[in-house]
Ligand binder design. Structure first.
Ligand SMILES: [Fe+2]
Ligand SMILES: [Fe+2]
Length: 196
């Protein structure tokens, strides 16, 4: 039967951790909350890569919509469920302040893109710069902030569950591409956090 699955050996993964790809392509074991966020990092990177490779206006529009939604959801769940507790518990809380400021700058670009259409002056450049900016932020999270969080006294299994549930909720709320106003909701949300 074509649908028969070959049984793979159960992976010996310590409870509450998952294997996930890091920014540099290496596979690493991470606590659930961080693995979930890193998976989202990889997803948005793939969307930026597809945008850079695309020459089709309709596809580019669709990709930018997906990028803006993915980043809006990701930034919000980090700010609601990870950063506040991290700020209290890690040894170097300044890192969290920097992350908030980086989010704010990214949100500013997202809000600009949400008000533009493919072909507008600087449209492609703004997407490219947003991609570079996110790559920088992601690298800092994965090399500096997340390792600090891992060392801190935080329940990363519980936070992981909350991140996942909240991401689903926000995707439904902000992301239904058929609902009129989905774009403006992301834009409003992005603008709200654009300036600290
Ligand atoms: Fe972040
Ligand atoms: Fe992140």
């Amino acid at each position: 039967m074509a649908t028969t699955k070959t049984k793979t050996k159960a992976k010996k993964t310590p409870a509450g951790t998952m294997m996930v790809k890091r920014y540099d392509g290496r596979r690493v074991r991470q606590p659930e909350a961080l693995a979930f966020l890193m998976k989202q990092h990889r997803e948005v990177e793939a969307l930026f890569d597809s945008f850079e490779a695309s020459e089709d206006d309709a596809e580019k529009t669709r990709l930018v919509d997906q990028i803006c939604l993915a980043l809006a959801v990701h930034a919000k769940i980090e700010e609601e469920l990870l950063y506040p507790e991290a700020e209290e518990k890690i040894d170097e809380p300044d890192m969290v302040d920097e992350a908030y400021v980086e989010h704010a700058t990214a949100k500013d670009l997202i809000a600009q893109l949400e008000g533009m259409k493919v072909g507008d002056p600087y449209y492609d450049a703004k997407v490219t710069v947003l991609g570079e900016y996110i790559a920088h932020h992601v690298k800092e999270e994965e090399t500096e902030l997340f390792p600090e969080i891992k060392r801190a006294d935080m329940d990363l299994v519980d936070i992981g569950k909350k991140l996942e549930a909240r991401a689903e909720q926000l995707k439904a709320e902000l992301g239904d591409p058929d609902s009129a106003g989905a774009k403006s909701k992301i834009k409003a949300d992005a603008s709200a956090g654009a300036h600290l």
